[in-house]
Design a protein. Structure first.
Length: 312
């Protein structure tokens, strides 16, 4: 069963937290350059989610929360706010992204030569260092509090992993760990033999690239996503929205730096992720613990919770 309302005790605790955090929330909105209307989003969704997730934690055990959402869905903003709220609740938290554990540029180039040229492009399952993700989750959740944990970092400006000396460090273990990414929690697709877009038809006609990705989802990534205790889905409206939101990001980048992809290049880029995105939109809502429905304005317009008695 599903529920579109927060439990009463969650709403009550969130209201108390709202008064406690009023100055920090105002500062957060200013620093993030968010509109004043974002206060309503925080009141209706972000604060109750922070309380609801904190209640999911078993005392003495870390809670690993997966956040799945495409580009422009608000994963980073949500992650930052949740950590702010949990600090006020005396909970130690940490977060890192699937983007932080990409294979190095050299490793992806070798993979492209050995398997398929499209694997040189970071993003899809098969282009991440899954073991690095597993090791990082283990260290943050169960590590020795006397030792520092190096949290991976990827430098998108160089399309390569940042030097280890520049990785942020945190002392574990944490109470709550956030692991976010565009396909966090994704499962293999079925009946996907036929190409669904120009990229697949023209550059992967024989399906080698697609088969490799699906094999990775069924194998190494299954072990990685099995670490999640709770799965939150930021559900985009459709693929058209994904493309449009990514186009807006690219235009902002172009205005700031003078560089960026053309509309044709961007459309090809997004097609790398279309098959998995469509599969996520189809199958993940049935199993996610919490779903935030996003409108075309990027804002949350509805939510759905898995009830406590609704088993996996």
């Amino acid at each position: 069963m599903r529920d579109g309302k927060w439990p009463g005790d969650v709403i009550e605790r969130a209201a108390q937290l709202r008064e406690q955090l009023r100055p920090q929330i105002d500062q957060f909105i200013r620093e993030q350059r968010l509109p004043d209307s974002f206060h309503h989003l925080i009141d209706d969704y972000y604060l109750p989610l922070a309380v609801w997730l904190a209640q999911k934690r078993v005392r003495g055990q870390p809670l690993v929360v997966g956040i799945c959402g495409g580009q422009g869905s608000g994963k980073s903003t949500l992650t930052d706010f949740l950590r702010l709220a949990w600090a006020a609740m005396d909970l130690c938290s940490a977060g890192f992204s699937l983007d932080d554990i990409y294979l190095t540029r050299a490793e992806r180039q070798r993979l492209a030569q050995a398997v398929h040229p499209l694997l040189a492009t970071r993003g899809v399952p098969g282009t991440h260092d899954v073991q690095l993700g597993l090791d990082t989750i283990e260290a943050l959740c169960h590590g020795d509090s006397r030792s520092e944990v190096a949290i991976p970092s990827f430098d998108k400006s160089t399309d390569d992993r940042a030097p280890r000396a520049r990785w942020p460090r945190l002392r574990g273990p944490v109470d709550i760990l956030l692991f976010e990414g565009w396909c966090v929690g994704a499962q293999p697709w079925k009946d996907g033999a036929e190409p669904i877009n120009a990229l697949e038809r023209q550059e992967d006609a024989d399906g080698i690239w697609r088969d490799y990705i699906n094999t990775q989802l069924a194998g190494p990534y299954r072990a990685l996503f099995a670490q999640l205790d709770v799965l939150l889905m930021l559900k985009v409206p459709d693929m058209d929205s994904v493309l449009e939101w990514r186009r807006l990001q690219e235009r902002k980048l172009c205005a700031r730096t003078g560089g960026g992809m053309s509309d044709e290049e961007l459309e090809r880029f997004v097609q790398h992720y279309e098959r998995i995105t469509r599969n996520l939109l189809t199958e993940m809502p049935a199993r996610a613990d919490c779903i935030f429905e996003l409108g075309r304005n990027h804002r949350i317009c509805a939510m759905c919770l898995r009830r406590a008695d609704d088993g996996r």
